[in-house]
Write a new protein. Structure first.
Length: 276
């Protein structure tokens, strides 16, 4: 290994919907990359999505992964880490790197926001105005101020190579939601650091998010992993598999008596065919 420690990977599903084949592929890729080098594969349940997070789904996920023939170490769920999110947000707030935003989705649309890599790019409406205390506020990263503090940043993808951090296609992303103690961006960055993840393995649809996460690592003094964004499985309609599109659940196939390890083997073949 030339002195390089074995990788630590993770699979971090949210128990707000059942797992589908796309999730299975992500879990298998992360599992296999760790196991191939004598590393560790972690399971982390991302359960801070309010009433949408369901404990019975987290248990279903464990059964699904075991059915696929995977083994893992489970680390603390997100719901046990709320104090770390609050502390990080307060540190960024004290340095003037995040600001409150009371805008609704419709107000952002009406402001003529342009499309970006993760939806509409926030036009900065609230950046220079006092928030209305009567309205709930999210907290957004001031991207320009953040990058002025960090200077140029890079990160490395195992498949695509070195990447220069560029937030122009994302804008001032939300780090603390109106209804939750942290957004995906803040929570996953802190969690990966706390869990010692050294190879962040996930689908290519989350590649853009890594620009934000690398920025947060620099701002908060966190270790920098490598990334591995694998190609996505697509449905018969050519669209990516997704919970919101009610893609067929792994649990349904498991409960119907399908051989999970055979399915995992088929997904590994498909993964190779995707060119990774």
């Amino acid at each position: 290994m030339n002195g390089v420690p074995p990788p630590v990977t993770r699979f971090a599903p949210s128990p707000n919907g059942r797992l589908h084949l796309g999730h299975a592929l992500s879990a298998i890729v992360a599992h296999d990359l760790a196991r191939a080098s004598g590393g560790r594969f972690l399971l982390r349940i991302e359960d801070i999505d309010g009433p949408r997070s369901r404990a019975e789904l987290a248990e279903e996920f464990r059964r699904d992964l075991a059915w696929l023939g995977l083994t893992w170490e489970e680390v603390p769920a997100q719901s046990t880490r709320l104090s770390s999110y609050a502390a990080a947000a307060e540190a960024l707030r004290a340095r003037g790197l995040i600001y409150p935003c009371t805008c609704t989705r419709k107000e952002i649309e009406d402001a003529g926001a342009r499309p970006g890599l993760e939806g509409l790019i926030y036009p900065g409406t609230c950046k220079h105005r006092a928030p209305d205390p009567a309205r709930p506020a999210a907290w957004r990263l001031d991207a320009a101020k953040a990058l002025a503090e960090t200077g140029p940043l890079t990160w490395e993808d195992a498949l695509a190579g070195p990447q220069q951090v560029d937030l122009s296609g994302l804008g001032d992303v939300v780090l603390v939601r109106k209804d939750l103690p942290a957004s995906y961006h803040l929570a996953v960055t802190l969690d990966d650091a706390a869990d010692g993840v050294t190879l962040v393995t996930r689908g290519a649809d989350l590649c853009a998010a890594s620009h934000v996460h690398r920025t947060l690592q620099a701002l908060l003094g966190l270790p920098v992993p490598r990334w591995h964004h694998h190609p996505l499985l697509m449905g018969a309609d050519g669209e990516k598999l997704a919970k919101r599109r009610r893609s067929p659940a792994l649990a349904e196939r498991r409960e119907a008596g399908e051989d999970g390890q055979m399915l995992a083997a088929q997904l590994r073949v498909q993964h190779l065919a995707l060119g990774t």
